[in-house]
Design a binder for this molecule. Structure first.
Ligand SMILES: CC(=O)N[C@@H](CCC[C@H](N)C(=O)O)C(=O)O
Length: 371
């Protein structure tokens, strides 16, 4: 089997959540220890790793970032190399991202490149967000590149297709955690209680009107509630419900509006349902905004590359804390087609592994030419 396909499968077996990527970090370090150490400077940061591949006569540093964490989900692919970690899955392709990063790194260590190339193995992309603290870390100061690239798998495109756009690629995001506190009691005597299942259900329905009635229709926003917990048994009125979700917006103004409207709904619901509601906007990611000239230069290279079909795509409501990197360092992110019937964050996501050698070669050639 192709080395980096095997590496992807090894990593797929051991998905870990943000800032708990201990086995993943050890696996990556173990692999890095097999390469020519004279060409590299390796530094760990929390559960992440920075690697500088030294050029022969550097005048700039090119950065390449991969995320390394998995999601809190059960895998249902039935594959022989399915996750061995109960309730954890690489359902967003970070295993593929890591294997590609290692493949490119391996190629560049063996090439006499002129400029330095820094590889960033970043924890906690899915949450609580690794990019922001990483950029602020002491360790990163000597690894900060002059420009930065990153990629993400795209189940909807065939292998060989690369998609991106100049300007905004991914939306601004904010998590959303809301706790409703009421009064429990017997299901037969609701008038003596304060039912948080009823209050939170009305609240969730009301949330949907924020996007349709308060956000400018020419702007775009999403509010999704992905998890509800509350209650103990069918005949006891629940005194606590927690809803967990995420919000997406294409402008900072729209995101501000979503938060303001949620806060006023909370105030109104506390009054009308006589309960206490706590809201927490969790971690927030800045949108991914691709540098125009870096993206055009990338398109020029991709369009003439054999086996690659480069297309301009629409902005997506996905979030990525790579947005903090493109805010501080000129750079770009792109989608790579992996042709999976099941999409990102699906229990049956199954990327076509043929993408791995193809994209390793493509990025090695691209960065090899730039460096
Ligand atoms: C590419 C991708 O799927 N990214 C995640 C980022 C999640 C950000 C944060 N934890 C949130 O839930 O808002 C996404 O869900 O888009």
């Amino acid at each position: 089997m192709e080395t980096f396909v095997k590496i992807r499968r090894d990593l797929h077996l051991i998905p870990e959540l943000g800032f708990q990527e201990f086995k993943t970090q050890s696996y990556l370090l173990e692999y890095l220890s097999t390469l020519n150490q004279e060409r590299m400077i390796i530094q760990t940061w929390r559960t992440g790793i920075f690697v500088r591949v030294k050029g022969t006569n550097p005048s700039k540093t090119i950065g390449y970032r991969t995320d390394i964490d998995g999601l809190p989900m059960n895998e249902a692919t039935g594959l022989p190399y399915a996750s061995t970690h109960e309730g954890r899955m690489h359902a967003c392709g970070h295993d593929v991202h890591m294997s590609i990063a290692l493949g490119v790194l391996t190629n560049l260590v063996d090439l006499p490149i002129k400029d330095d190339v820094v590889f960033i193995f970043q924890p906690a992309e899915e949450g609580p967000g690794g990019a922001e603290p990483l950029l602020k870390s002491e360790e990163f100061t000597s690894f900060k590149p002059d420009r930065i690239y990153g990629l993400h798998i795209a189940p909807e495109y065939p292998v060989g297709t690369i998609a991106t756009r100049p300007g905004m690629l991914f939306a601004h995001t904010s998590e959303l955690f809301i706790d409703f506190h009421g009064l429990s009691g017997h299901a037969a005597f609701p008038h003596l209680t304060n039912d948080m299942i009823v209050a939170s259900s009305h609240f969730i329905t009301q949330l949907q009107s924020i996007v349709s009635r308060n956000v400018n229709p020419l702007d775009s926003a999403v509010i999704t509630i992905g998890k509800i917990t509350g209650g103990t048994v069918q005949n006891v009125i629940a005194d606590h419900v927690r809803i967990e979700g995420t919000m997406r917006a294409l402008s900072e103004e729209a995101m501000k509006k979503l938060k303001e409207r949620i806060q006023s709904l909370v105030n109104g619901f506390q009054e009308s349902f006589q309960c206490k509601i706590e809201v927490d906007f969790g971690s927030n990611y800045y949108g991914v905004i691709n540098d125009e000239s870096i993206t055009n230069e990338f398109f020029d290279f991709a369009r003439q590359y054999d086996g690659i079909q480069a297309v301009e795509c629409n902005v997506a409501m996905t979030g990525e804390d790579f947005g903090y990197m493109t805010k501080e360092i000129p750079g770009m992110m792109f989608w790579i087609g992996v042709d999976s019937k099941f999409g990102l964050h699906h229990q049956k996501l199954n990327p076509d592994e043929n993408v791995i050698p193809l994209i390793i070669q493509f990025i090695s050639d691209f960065i090899g030419k730039k460096a």
